[in-house]
Unconditional design. Sequence first.
Length: 268
Amino acid sequence: MNLGIRTVDRTLVVTINRPERRNAIDGPTADDLHRTFAGFDADDTLDVAVLAGANGTFCAGADLHAIAEGNGNRVAGDLSEPAPLGCTRLELNKPVIAAVEGFAVAGGLELALWCDLRVAASDATFGVYCRRFGVPLIDGGTVRLPRLVGHSRAMDMILTGRSVSGSEAGAWGLANRVCEPGEALDEAIELATSLSALPQTCLRNDRRSCNEQWGLGLGAALANETRLGLDTLRSGESLAGAGRFAAGAGRGGTPAGAAERGEAQPKR
């Protein structure tokens, strides 16, 4: 199996399982990633996904051995087709968290960038290692990295191919959480569980507004935020939340989880 797949409550945990290639992605694995995450997005029983790698490595990028042998990743100019790494052109309606141990380099870095959040071990390694072999960033790396860490730092990584540790990634904002080595997956699942406990219509609409504003002018971005906010208000979720607050839930910043809400999770 190229992917290990399991669920933890309403979280899908996807583990790239090609340790003999440091979890590098060949053509069949790219297809598996695309199919798995498209299915996750359509599954109303799941709220959040976690993407990890087996045996202490997140992903070493595209499998250059497979490319040399003619079983590599497809590169389609038509953006409606799956990306070379499978899932990185998907615009999901629900969040994905990367659990990064070991190397997240080349296309592995791009997979981590595709995720909404990244939990990284302090000794993890991020880098554009494909720089040394003339393999381009073609799964969103040149777009998402500058948006996350700024143009100057992105150019440093992209032009030199140098390594960035998990601790440095945390200081840059490339990693959202930095943990002890070996704990990234558990912390990512814990973070996913906390997201799943929140009102989902509001979370997903606010997430969507954040993502869509990049290609819009200020006026259009504000209009889109208002449209999505009205959709949340019409769902009844905000009114129910105000009622819970008035009854004493969530005071002082304490969590108001799914059990306290007493609501069924809304459909996408």
